[in-house]
Design a protein around this ligand. Structure first.
Ligand code: UDP
Ligand code: MG
Length: 325
């Protein structure tokens, strides 16, 4: 038998979870019909949801032995959710997908076909359109990928998503990267292995809302840059050198002026300009250093990536206990 674990991070997804469950059940049945060796496990991660998500998961776990879940003590973010899923998955193959049906379960049979013979270690989707997304957001996303791929050795494919069908080997490789500041798009690419990209058009959410704000995404993209590139450090050094060079030229100009022009008095303005330029740049460079320092600081604390409050085992035991009384 071959076990496939489907990991689904959920944050306030009460509206779409039932729809997702229905869809995935259809796909699981279809795949089992085609491949008799397949078994499934659904591993939901409740990322500190404030709505009925946990309630729905409990119900599902009681009625369906294939359903497992981990509920966090608070919202730790999708990255932590994916990590918790990978760490607790028991499958020979592991799928990571969103609950909002933007990662269509109908792709799973196709993905399995790529991975099952060992030809590929991972199958994933790549959005070729960003339809349904705001223009500004798409423009910034594109800019991010352009910059990222210029300054980092790790290639981040534009449109690549956290919708992945992976072999056990690749999952174990990812688990060897227990870093605190996680940027999965980078991590997936960093571990290597053979990846098949399946292209598809963007799908919109049937219900609920995206929990990413513009600033949230912006911060996340900075995470990607700082986690997978040290180029900003080099930028600081280059800018510093450039400023010193400009200052030297200005000094020469000032000396020449002082010798040749008798009535021009630009000293105050020049001094002020240099002062602003230098102190501004210094602050900027220190700021960049601070980014790395703060991350080193967090990393060195070795904090857990997530904390569990409840899972399906705890809940099933509690219910069994209640029934015995
Ligand atoms: N998600 C999560 N924790 C969070 C935010 C989101 O587990 O703090 C989950 C969410 O439930 C969904 C997936 O991550 O299954 C993608 O989130 P969303 O649809 O909001 O992002 P988008 O599709 O807009 O990138
Ligand atoms: Mg979504």
């Amino acid at each position: 038998m071959r076990l496939i674990t489907v990991i689904v991070p959920c944050y306030n997804e009460e509206d779409v979870l039932p729809m997702f469950y229905e869809e995935i059940q259809k796909v699981m049945a279809q795949m089992q019909e085609e491949h008799h060796e397949l078994e499934f496990e659904l591993l939901f991660i409740d990322d500190g949801s404030r709505d009925k998500t946990l309630h729905i998961l409990r119900e599902m776990a009681l009625h369906d032995q294939r359903v497992r879940y981990i509920s966090f003590s608070r919202n730790f973010g999708k990255e932590a959710g994916m990590y918790a899923g990978l760490e607790n998955a028991r499958g020979d193959y592991v799928v990571v997908m969103d609950a909002d049906l933007q990662h269509p379960p109908a792709f799973l049979p196709k993905m399995y076909n790529y991975v099952k013979d060992g030809k590929y270690d991972c199958a994933t989707t790549r959005r070729v359109s960003r339809e349904g997304e705001s223009k500004i957001r798409s423009a910034f996303a594109r800019l991010f990928y352009k910059i990222m791929n210029k300054i980092s050795q790790t290639e981040i494919v534009d449109g690549a998503q956290d919708f992945r069908f992976m072999s056990r080997q690749m999952v174990d490789a990812i688990l060897q990267m227990p870093e605190y500041n996680r940027f999965s798009k980078g991590i997936f690419s960093w571990v290597g292995f053979r990846t098949k990209y399946i292209e598809y058009e963007n799908v919109e959410r049937p219900a609920g809302t995206s929990s990413w704000s513009f600033w949230g995404l912006f911060r996340y993209s900075l995470e990607g840059i700082f986690a997978f590139s040290t180029a900003p450090l080099a930028v600081a050094a280059i800018l510093g050198a450039l400023t010193i060079f400009i200052a030297l030229v200005l000094i020469v100009v000032l000396i020449v002026k002082a010798c040749l022009v008798t009535d021009a008095d630009l000293r105050f303005l020049t001094a002020l300009t240099i002062f602003c330029l230098l102190s501004g740049l210094q602050l900027f460079c220190t700021g960049i250093l601070g980014q790395y320092l703060s991350r080193t600081y967090l990393e060195s604390k070795q904090r857990p990536i997530y904390l569990m409050r409840e899972n399906e085992e705890i809940y099933r035991a509690r219910v069994a206990e209640r029934e015995r009384k």
